[in-house]
Design a protein around this ligand. Sequence first.
Ligand code: SF4
Length: 368
Amino acid sequence: MSNEKKLNGTIIVTYRCNAHCTMCNRYKAPSKPEEELSIETIKKLPPMYFTNITGGEPFLREDLEEIVEVLQTKSERIVISTNGFFMDRIIRLARRFPNIGIRISIEGMEETNNEIRGLEDGFRRGYETLKQLRAMGLKDVGFGMTVQDRNAPDLVSLYKLSDELGMEFATASLHNSFYFVENKNVIHDRPMVAGHFEDLVNELLNSNSPKKWFRAYFNHGLINYIYGQKRLLPCDMAFDTFFIDPYGDVMPCNGTKEKKVMGNLNRQSWEELWHSEQAEEVRNFVRHCDRNCWMIGSVSPAMHKYIIKPGLWVLAHKAKVWTKKKYSMYELKCCRDYRDGKLTKEMCDQLSTCDLTTVAQDGRNTQA
Ligand code: SF4
């Protein structure tokens, strides 16, 4: 393959989903199994240093093991994001690929999780699956949580639970985009939610793990995001990262209001689409994108690329820990302005991507 530079890829293998999350309408706009990415198309993907397999619910694909088998030849690390419901399928795949990473979305303690995800028994199944994976010796296992008004009070408890089990803990907050088929997500009580993020940032900074210190920076950025502020780091999606949807459309990310398409891997070769004029137009869009989203898929590559800013932040805040001082959300001007009445809830709502006036796009297949 002539494209030697390794990329960061997210493969949306299906838009079908068995969960009914309150913050995502994707389950109402599923893909059809016959139009979803084929093994032949997946074989055309470029070399990657990291691959996230996601959905919908990826374990609804009956050929997921085959997909992983192909991606293992292309990617140094693979993580599957799942709601954890299909325990047997997850365990079987993990037995076959013990180096795989698994992130199970858990939205809070039992009652909150089951209510948000609309999955009966979802918490127990997800939690049991995680424990089993750990017992099997899988190292790259963890929780993922989308923090919102309803579950923010569970944030630190869930982090502590994951920590006890020696697992990763990934956070996100509410976003709106074609991917979620949603444009009405918004945080209502920002100071309350930010306060729980602040507690989490302090827990992470107090740990002995450099990885967690950088996670603290990510969560600090989430506070900034929920107040609708400019991203703390530039967004370089579509330069060395990509998303591909079930229809073979290659996109910069999953955060745009409408689907932005760089090309289609069912019909084109990777080289052709990645270097196309259409791809360049999308990169130009990204350079001027004002969505200011803060999701790990776009922030993690930015944190590696612009390491100085998060690095200095971590150093400054570790120095605080050593002098017994705590991180405060009021380090952010937006939090101070909100407290002092210079920034109101209405102003933050306006700055957010919440849009009550239009119908959400779903980015479904237009070529079929
Ligand atoms: S800020 Fe970046 S990741 Fe977010 S929607 Fe814009 S291009 Fe996509």
